[in-house]
Write a protein that binds this ligand. Structure first.
Ligand code: ADP
Ligand code: ASP
Ligand code: MG
Length: 444
């Protein structure tokens, strides 16, 4: 069995839904098809939530009717028969009457916001399933809320998914196409929750891992993982093969094509992940598996919104146990650390989660000196084969970035990553400079 995931742009127009029906039925593989919300919908739902949180029900109401008009015209083009259209209209009416009902709840809390934002995937999957039924395809819709669950820390419970999916597939697994929602799940209180923005990729790989799929395919609007961020750098090219580790680094450090955690379950069970382009299905895309090419520099990505903390203590001189004490504080406040640089008497770390920062800093100050943090930093991450006995790699990176002030460097943590910290204002310049210095690609 394979898992195929289609992102927002891949389902964002009726004709795209028509072409993904052709794609998923063009071979004999049984598939679980994971869909995102139509492009723009999740943002629109979050904006409705903002209006409701700021107690502006009229503004929310206008936004809801505007969004509904989009769905009304979408279903008119999606279905070919009047029966199909009636079904589609009913789905839209039902979901929007639920959305409207949320505007009457006061106060509007995070619980309601999560129910609201889940509507995007609930709409797209029901509309697509009704379209497959209209076309007489052998398809069924399995609700993700019945088998996707996160724990109290928001981490997916893979064992639960595995058990629940096994039961559901025993009952419905004979169908050729099994449609489900990306992104959405339940939390330990049984409420609707989600896997954070871009989470449909993660749903696909969690399912792929849980059922030990033959392959996970992520279908999007670009022909695979590119060597650099195409939103910022003009000349980029697709990479044919990446290892799980390389792809995980790129996703974690900002390559938006994959949710940061996508690779973890795929790697755990050795399920290959293929990135494909819905707009150009013949394009080769990128295969993420155990093998890679021996190219030195493979790709560059950047992650914004980073905070750097500078921690000093003279007590560190010749002391042991000090780093443990520092990292226990990060553990206590559930704050992951990305980059670390140390000297004999200081440690610098970067974090991207700052919700507990004041408490975390106050606790560190009980036994260390802390400088003012640097906010709005960016980590630029270079991925490739940097074997320890290959000379000149760091030099080439730093030479490319010679005009840019660098605050921290991490090299040697693995053989396939060099990460650098800089102020966010230098990101575009750095990505372009690396494109030229590492890949010889010069903007025209
Ligand atoms: P989907 O809606 O299908 O999930 P996303 O917008 O989340 O699609 O991801 C695809 C986008 O990721 C591309 O359109 C591209 O702009 C962006 N992107 C950022 N970095 C990369 C990269 N290194 N390679 C490919 N795409 C990237
Ligand atoms: N619809 C969700 C979002 O926009 C999940 C996804 O598209 O992967 O973040
Ligand atoms: Mg995405």
């Amino acid at each position: 069995m394979q898992v195929w995931k289609f992102g927002g742009t891949s389902v964002g127009k009726p004709e795209r839904m028509h072409s993904i029906r052709n794609l998923i039925t063009s071979d004999d593989h049984q598939k679980i098809v994971v869909l995102s919300a139509l492009s723009g919908t999740t943002n629109a739902l979050l904006s409705i939530a903002d209006s409701l949180k700021s107690d502006q029900p009229d503004e929310a109401g206008e936004k809801i009717e505007h969004l509904k008009a989009h769905y009304d015209s979408f279903v008119r083009e999606l279905y070919k028969t009047s029966d199909g259209l009636t079904k589609g209209q009913k789905i839209v009416e039902n979901e929007f009457s639920f959305i409207r009902s949320l505007t009457r709840i006061r106060p509007f809390t995070l619980k309601q916001e999560k129910e609201l934002v889940a509507e995007g995937e609930l709409l797209s999957t029901q509309m697509f399933q009704a379209y497959l039924e209209e076309a007489d395809e052998d398809a069924i819709l399995l609700p993700a809320l019945e088998f996707m669950r996160v724990d109290a820390d928001g981490e997916p419970e893979l064992d639960y998914t595995e058990r629940k999916l096994r039961e559901l597939l025993r009952a419905h697994g004979a169908r050729k196409i099994i449609v489900t929602q990306g992104f959405i799940c339940r939390n330990p209180r049984g409420e609707v929750d989600n896997l954070k923005r871009g989470g449909s990729d993660y749903t696909a790989s969690l399912i792929g891992g849980a059922i030990r799929a033959d392959e996970i395919q992520i279908w999007t609007d670009i022909d695979g993982m590119h060597n650099n961020d195409p939103r910022i750098v003009k000349k980029t090219f697709p990479i044919r093969a990446l290892t799980f580790e390389e792809a995980a680094e790129l996703a974690y450090f900002g390559a938006k094509i994959l949710h940061p955690s996508t690779i973890t379950p795929a790697k755990m069970f050795g399920v290959p992940v293929r990135l494909k382009n819905t707009m150009d299905p013949q394009a080769e895309g990128t295969l993420i598996a155990s093998k890679t090419s021996d190219q030195v520099f493979k790709a560059v990505a950047a992650k914004d919104g980073i905070t750097a903390l500078y921690i000093h203590s003279l007590r560190m001189l010749n002391a042991y146990g000090f780093l443990r004490r520092i990292f226990e504080v990060f553990e206590k406040y559930k704050t992951p650390v990305d980059l670390i640089a140390t000297s004999e008497v200081s440690v610098s770390v970067t974090i991207d989660k700052t919700d507990n920062l004041p408490e975390l800093m106050a606790e560190l100050r009980t036994f260390c000196d802390l400088e003012e943090p640097d906010y709005d930093q960016t980590i630029v991450c270079i991925v490739g084969n940097f074997s320890a006995d290959h000379a000149g790699i760091a030099l080439q990176v730093l030479k490319a970035l010679e005009g840019i002030p660098i605050r921290m460097i991490s090299y040697g943590g693995t053989e396939h990553n060099i990460s650098l910290l800089m102020h966010g204002r230098y990101k575009a310049e750095a990505l372009n400079a690396l494109n030229e210095g590492l890949f010889n690609l010069v903007e025209a």
